[in-house]
Design a protein around this ligand. Structure first.
Ligand SMILES: C[S@@+](CC[C@H](N)C(=O)[O-])C[C@H]1O[C@@H](n2cnc3c(N)ncnc32)[C@H](O)[C@@H]1O
Length: 621
């Protein structure tokens, strides 16, 4: 795999040769890339030679020549993998790496994961590395595997079979092995790619105007993130409550009115309510709106429990002839008949609850039940059907799943009801944040938000994640409209061409590099930033002067081009009337890292995309 910088150096050598008939000197390469010394130029040349992109025999100044590319293959990076404590396995492909075919062999399908943690250091696998995995379900003793254990937790370990059990052995003498009766193997490691790129990446913008400050105090590694109503439903790329709270406490005060313009499932809104801020939330995904409302509406836990128990009694008595089967496209593809009947009974019993807030709250547990009892792989945000051999055995117990979620949720609501500030309010708006949503100009004291990482098609598909639940719980008048959500979200419709007037040099540069490889992808990217720029303008309108706007963003990789969303936002925002006061970089140890970096959330991207994110702090002038 070539790093971004290596690709740039290779491109430079190629174009220089084409123009002059000979290669650039080490000094010219140094000057072009502002490298510290000519030996760093030499380092790049040797890397390109080792990877087979430059001829080896001519190792003299100006004598390097490019070779015809070997057969290469593009491999999706599906997310992050824990080399340490297992993390939830969710796949969100949003990046790829290109490597030569002979590095991985001709057989099999491959994917890549970013490594988090240090449990495999004795095998030469370090935090931040990328491992290439050959997909297979069986491994030999001692092979390093992607193992999924317990409730969809993925980890990278050496696998041994012993006394009818499996031992997952870390390659780090300070750590203990994990023993399990059952382990699902998702592939074996065939290649390790050391991540040197990050060490060479610049922490500041070229003109030194913006500086990324790494601050480990924002990591909140190992802290509980599911208190109160935060854990009542999964949603991609949720805020860590601690981050939301700290931003709120730093940039607003009690009694203020805040807004989350991409509120998703409402994490920042829950925190606002707990610390006495009034809050608006805006989102364009109807399921997100439904969840955010349920999470921020306090309900007396005694009343809730009483209704829940009555519901369990009722559901048992509903006859098959009394139910209404859902009528949306492909329902039989995504659900077994038996499951449809049980879900329909449960839904009928929930709909009989008179008090709307209680009905909605229990519908949230129902929505999770829909996901877990469907024929989809729950470890993915995209809709992927369980393989047919496994599907035969798939026999979800709908009522038990519902009870598990409902009871956990009631415990969360008990905590929220006790701690929520009674005189604060939350208003949730279904709307497009790039447009006017009726919030008065200059009325908001602080905006805290995390935008999507990119368009839904190639990063996190919020709409696809939400579709089956949304269709069952009737958030659309016509359930078949649920499949259109992703097109409406930021970047959902590619621009017609690459002409634009967005005032960001970083964006222009990224678009040019991506367009050279894939114009359609560049148009997706442009569409996303065009929408985001409109959202920044709306945010500027509703915010009071001198007040703060904090955005938690990931710098995603498209076609191996790292897009510095943090710097791009800073550049765009300054033209709109903000000043960028800070860019804080945090690690995201607990975010739903898949076996990823994506977007909004499979536990998926390495480096800055998924296991690092930037908090851009803007202030209205
Ligand atoms: C990173 S998620 C926010 C997650 C949220 N912080 C949470 O804790 O659940 C980004 C959200 O932006 C929403 N979104 C995308 N485009 C939008 C638009 N144009 N207007 C409003 N919301 C949008 C998506 O539906 C998604 O819920």
């Amino acid at each position: 795999m070539l790093t971004k910088k290596q690709v740039q150096v290779l491109d430079f050598i190629k174009s220089y040769r084409a123009k002059h008939g000979y290669a650039p000197s080490l000094e010219e390469i140094r000057q072009k890339f502002k490298l510290a010394s000519a030996s760093t130029s030499h380092y790049y040349i040797s890397k390109l030679q080792d990877a087979g992109f430059l001829n080896k025999e001519h190792n003299q100044p100006r004598a390097v020549s490019t070779v015809e590319a070997k057969q290469t293959v593009e491999i999706p990076i599906l997310g992050a993998i824990a080399a340490g404590q297992p993390i939830e396995a969710i796949e969100i492909p949003d990046e790829t790496i290109t490597i030569t075919r002979d590095e991985i062999g001709k057989q099999g399908k491959h994917y890549a994961l970013r490594v988090q943690g240090s449990s495999m250091i004795d095998e030469g696998i370090f935090d931040g590395d990328i491992v290439v995995i050959r997909k297979q379900e069986i491994a030999e003793n001692g092979q390093t595997v992607v193992a999924v254990i317990d409730d969809n937790q993925a980890t990278l370990k050496k696998l041994y079979r012993e006394n009818g059990k499996f031992r997952l052995q870390p390659a780090n003498p300070t750590l203990f092995p994990i023993y399990r009766g059952e382990v699902e193997v998702r592939g074996v490691v065939v290649k390790i790619i050391r991540n040197l790129e990050s060490q060479l990446d610049q922490g500041q913008s070229r003109d030194e105007k913006y500086v990324r400050k790494i601050d480990y105090s924002w990591d909140y590694r190992g802290e509980k993130t599911k208190s109160h109503t935060h854990g009542i439903h999964t949603y991609p790329a949720m805020f860590i409550p601690q981050v939301g709270r700290r931003l709120l406490e730093t940039y607003s005060k009690e009694g203020d009115t805040i807004c989350d313009i991409f509120c998703g499932s409402g994490s920042a809104l829950v925190e606002s309510r707990l610390i006495g801020r009034n809050a608006y939330g805006i989102d364009l995904n109807p399921l997100a709106i439904f969840l955010a409302k349920a999470k921020t509406t306090p309900i007396n836990p005694q009343k809730l429990t009483k209704e829940y128990l009555a519901l369990l009694d009722r559901v048992e008595k509903i006859k098959d002839s009394e139910i209404k089967r859902p009528d949306f496209k492909n329902v039989d593809f995504w659900f077994k008949d038996k499951v449809i009947v049980k879900l329909a009974k449960l839904k009928k019993a929930i709909r009989e609850i008179k008090e709307e807030s209680i009905q909605n709250f229990l519908m949230v547990a129902f929505s999770e039940t829909v996901r877990y009892s469907s024929n989809t792989k729950t470890g993915e945000f995209k809709l992927v059907r369980i393989k047919s051999d496994k599907l035969e055995k798939h026999d979800p117990d709908v009522i038990s799943i519902f009870r598990k979620h409902a009871e956990k949720n009631i415990a969360g609501m008990t905590e929220f009801y006790k701690d929520a500030k009674k005189d604060s309010w939350t208003k949730i708006i279904y709307g497009d944040s790039s447009k006017d949503n009726g919030i008065k100009a200059n009325s908001i004291d602080c905006i805290i938000t995390s935008p999507p990482y990119g368009d839904s098609r190639t990063t996190v598909a919020y709409g696809q994640f939400s579709r089956l639940s949304a269709q069952w719980i009737d958030v659309f008048d016509n359930p078949n409209d649920a499949s259109g959500v992703d097109n409406d979200l930021l970047g959902g419709r590619a621009t017609k061409n690459l002409t634009h007037v967005l005032p960001s040099d970083y964006l222009k540069e990224s678009l040019e590099k991506i367009a050279k490889q894939d114009e359609a992808r560049a148009r997706d990217v442009l569409s996303f930033y065009t929408g985001l720029n409109d959202c920044l303008k709306q945010a500027h309108t509703i915010l009071k002067a001198k007040k703060y706007f904090c955005l938690v963003v990931g710098n995603r990789l498209v076609k191996q081009v790292r897009i510095p969303t943090d710097f791009i936002i800073a550049e765009l925002a300054e033209k709109i009337g903000f000043t960028c006061e800070d860019i804080i970089v945090r690690n995201i140890p607990g975010k739903r890292m898949p076996i990823k970096n994506s977007p909004t959330n499979i536990v998926g991207a390495l480096e800055e995309t998924m296991n690092k994110e930037s908090i851009v702090v803007l202030r209205k002038n």
